[in-house]
Design a protein around this ligand. Sequence first.
Ligand SMILES: [Fe+2]
Ligand SMILES: [Fe+2]
Length: 141
Amino acid sequence: MIKDFMTNDHRECDNLYAPLEEAISKEDWDRALELYTPFKDAMLHHFAMEEEVLFPKMEEYVGGGEGPIYVMKMEHSQIKSIINSLGEAIEAKDKRKALGYGETFMIMTQQHNMKEEQILYTMAEQLPFDKEEVLKEMKEV
Ligand SMILES: [Fe+2]
Ligand SMILES: [Fe+2]
């Protein structure tokens, strides 16, 4: 199921963020830098599966325009920019800024993921395309 697979991927991204936040709190900057890259890569990979495969497929049925998919894409770009700011704060070893961006990241991502899990992925499951094929394409991203 697309919904289960993507919901699980949200959890995996959360699990990569938690130890990063802990390293920042302890001002263990070497560890924070080490954890930042896999965390960022996992987030960008998740967004790419949605933007390159799932969302365009959904748009074939529900249309583009300024609907929920448009909102999700806008939120992706906001979250990406916060992830970049977080990386800069870690490089600058600025604990206050890094924790601030981390907090913003968490709030925005939790709200974003909740909307996808409750609305978008449920909508995807109801559309008449081949779910297995789309899942396979997402796994190839
Ligand atoms: Fe998303
Ligand atoms: Fe997502």
